[in-house]
Design a binder for this molecule. Structure first.
Ligand code: UDP
Ligand code: MG
Length: 318
């Protein structure tokens, strides 16, 4: 008998896609159950992220028709990442494995076979990675790829071209629950969880129906959140800049004094210019130093777990 799988699907105003998504997921899970890969107790867990349309009514209907479909309704719209977390936290005590995916069928359902295969090989986390981005607009493709590059450059460990289509074992989700941060960027946190991880590539499809719920504004704030929740490098940049300008100001000061001694300046100019350079440099340097402390505070208040145990071997002496 296979493990119990919970497929977690966040939905925000998805009434156009939900019936078809439900139909295809039912087919897929039925197939996997038939092959004995997963338990018949497996479920599709829809998370209604405070939709304003008929999404929740549809989920209720589906649940009434078939016990395969479960639902969680959030009290209001909290955004994709929070909705996903709510779903994973609801699922973790009821299942052995979770798979998270979007409601719009952009994530290829066929990749689930690959996910389960990796799971059988003993992996706790399987990342769905897009092989191509042809279905995305040029703008989305370039901005997204630029974003991954910036994240990597800032030392944030993210899986390239991976959105939130992934399998996580219950113990990986349990470990994830120890990350108490409010600014949620799951793609950055999951690699920190550790455990044996694998990658399955898939082709991303067009959105099946309805419109993207990620307009440019949300995308930008998501990217900004991702960077500022994981990296203090921007603060280091300020410190370095402050140091650089402070050093430059000392050089400038020598130059200004030399000009003064040669009598090639007007009255008051040297003190004025010298103060501007020196004060500017000192201020930036001090900001950087204060920033370093804020960076430390910021790391402390996140209360991230300091370690996550994989296995304990311990035998009682008898
Ligand atoms: N979503 C959500 N809450 C939101 C915005 C989006 O739960 O506030 C869900 C949405 O229903 C979908 C998934 O997040 O299942 C991804 O959203 P979308 O397809 O609009 O993003 P895109 O694929 O365009 O990046
Ligand atoms: Mg989408």
């Amino acid at each position: 008998m296979g493990e119990v799988l919970y497929l977690v699907v966040p939905c925000y105003n998805e009434q156009e896609v939900l019936p078809e998504t439900a139909r295809r997921l039912k087919e897929k899970l039925g197939d996997c159950i038939g092959r004995g890969w997963i338990s018949p107790e497996s479920r599709v867990l829809f998370v209604d992220d405070g939709s304003r349309d008929n999404t929740w009514r549809l989920i209720e209907e589906l649940h009434g028709q078939d016990s395969l479909f479960s639902g969680v309704k959030l009290s209001r719209n909290r955004g994709h990442q929070n909705a996903l977390l709510a779903g994973l936290m609801t699922a973790k005590d009821r299942c052995d494995i979770t798979i998270s995916m979007d409601a719009d069928l952009q994530d290829d359902i066929g990749a689930i076979d690959g996910f389960l295969e990796k799971r059988r090989q003993g992996y706790d986390i399987v990342y769905g990675v897009r092989s191509k981005r042809e279905t995305d607009t040029f703008f989305k493709r370039t901005t997204a790829q630029g974003f991954y590059k910036v994240m990597l450059a800032l030392g944030v460990e993210v899986v390239d071209n991976h959105a939130d289509f992934r399998l996580m074992s219950a113990r990986a989700v349990e470990a994830l629950s120890q990350f108490e941060e409010v600014n949620l960027f799951l793609r950055g946190i999951v690699p920190l969880v550790g455990f044996p991880s694998a990658i399955v590539t898939y082709e991303r499809h067009e959105r099946f129906a309805g419109q993207s719920k990620y307009p440019l504004k949300k995308m930008l704030s998501f990217a900004f959140d991702g960077i500022t929740s994981f990296s203090v490098k921007p603060i280091r940049l300020i410190t370095s800049l402050g140091f650089f300008i402070f050093a430059a100001s000392l050089l400038a000061l020598c130059y200004l004094l030399a000009l003064k001694l040669m009598g090639r300046t007007v009255q008051g100019w040297t003190t004025l210019m010298g103060s501007i350079w020196l004060i500017g440099g000192i201020q930036l340097l001090c900001l950087g130093i204060i920033g370093e402390y804020i960076g430390k505070i910021y790391k402390e208040v996140k209360h991230r777990p300091r370690f996550i145990i994989d296995t304990i071997l311990d035998q009682k002496n008898s």
